[in-house]
Design a protein. Structure first.
Length: 164
């Protein structure tokens, strides 16, 4: 009886430590905008670039979508503030960057979409909810890293937009 109990405990311990296989829901997609020249929609697989009159196809692989989805879940994107603000009560120096662009990620899943904006590119500034801003940037940077690594992206003509 004691051996059976030990075997049961071992089985429960082993089963509780197996990795859960997280599937990307079929209705999961995102839109990401760098605030200046590029915006991408994973649902359509199209990237639009400022100043160019056409869209460019960039399709993500299933493993890339899964990586983005897992990162989205791990940072708890649904609970990140929709916008971030400077903490003007902090005594630290605020550095402004001009021109400043509002970056955004909008993620849709289960008939619901959530969009988060960040226009404070200098994350050394005193920002309210700074840990969450850093989590947002982790997802934002990784998505663009994947997109910019695609051969299709590398073949897109440069934007002719000028920002002053």
């Amino acid at each position: 009886m004691r051996h059976l109990f030990v075997l049961l405990l071992i089985t429960l311990f082993c089963c509780s430590h197996t990795n859960q296989k997280i599937e990307v829901p079929s209705d999961f997609y995102f839109r990401i905008n760098n605030g200046s020249t590029d915006n991408y929609n994973s649902k359509t697989g199209l990237l639009r670039r400022c100043g160019l009159d056409k869209s460019f196809g960039i399709n993500l692989t299933d493993s890339e979508k899964k990586e983005i989805y897992n990162l989205y879940r791990s940072i708890d994107f649904q609970n990140i503030p929709r916008e971030f603000e400077i903490d003007w009560n902090d005594s630290a120096v605020v550095t402004l960057i001009m021109p400043s662009f509002i970056t955004s990620i909008e993620i849709c899943e289960k008939d619901s979409c959530r969009k988060v904006n960040l226009n404070l590119i200098n994350l050394d500034n005193p920002i309210k909810d700074k840990p969450k801003a850093l989590e947002y940037m982790k997802l934002y940077d990784r998505i663009w890293q994947i997109i910019r690594g695609k051969e299709e992206y590398k073949n897109i003509p440069e934007s002719d937009c000028i920002f002053i």
